[in-house]
Design a protein around this ligand. Structure first.
Ligand code: CDP
Length: 207
């Protein structure tokens, strides 16, 4: 059995929560590819060049505890628009996608560029306002001093940059299932996604 699940979508659409739940349900490894770009962007804030930052990432960089801040998210989307940066990060992601036992990867270009052969592809989205409210709640919960208006503006700016770039822009793969979670709570979104995977691949959940 081979199963790669690709999950793409705009900022704060719920890709992470959905990815972790699908990985658990189907017994797959999970890679949050946004963390890789965040770790590279985070290093540029210390003055490191973008390409050098991407080429010299270590496992410890991915575990830094300050990768979820608005500043790092913005830096991530700036470095992510540089084709050489993306090229430096492709092999690792492709190898992970096709690892034995299967994998879930979430990001912006998983179904289009990293793993076009994925057996299942989702494009997860929600309205701008719903996404901003979810991200605002997460940031407040983790002690950040932000306003709902600044979070909404940040998401829109990042989505515009991610969608407009020439290198691997954010867009649904032609064969992706679009999952709009604006009106769904997380349990409904997870149950819907699990059913879609089984319907398309014939593979039942293990948990
Ligand atoms: O969690 P959120 O959806 O806000 O962002 P993320 O998935 O952690 O990604 C942060 C940034 O990294 C995005 O805005 C993209 O610019 C970039 N990224 C990318 O270009 N390609 C990916 N596969 C994943 C992230």
């Amino acid at each position: 059995m081979r199963l790669t699940i690709a999950i793409d979508g705009p900022a704060a659409a719920g890709k992470g929560t959905l990815s972790r739940a699908l990985a658990a349900a189907f017994g797959l490894a999970h890679l949050d590819t946004g963390l890789i770009y965040r770790a590279a962007g985070r290093r540029t804030l210390d003055g490191t060049g973008a390409l050098e930052a991407a080429q010299s990432l270590t496992a410890a960089d991915l575990e830094a505890d300050d990768l979820r801040t608005p500043d790092v998210a913005r830096a991530a989307s700036v470095v992510a628009a540089i084709p050489e940066v993306r090229a430096a990060l492709v092999d690792f992601q492709r190898a992970f996608a096709r690892r034995q036992g299967g994998a879930v990867l979430d990001g912006r270009d998983i179904g289009t560029v990293i793993c076009p052969e994925a057996e299942m592809k989702f494009f997860v989205t929600a309205s701008d306002e719903v996404r901003a409210e979810r991200r605002y709640a997460e940031l407040i919960e983790s002690g950040h001093d932000v306003t709902l208006a600044s979070v909404l503006a940040d998401l829109r700016e990042r989505d515009a940059r991610d969608s407009a770039r020439a290198a691997a822009p954010l867009k649904p793969a032609e064969d992706a299932e679009v999952l709009d979670t604006s009106e769904m709570d997380i349990d409904t979104a997870v149950a819907t996604a699990i059913a879609m995977v089984t319907a398309r691949t014939g593979i039942p959940p293990v948990a």
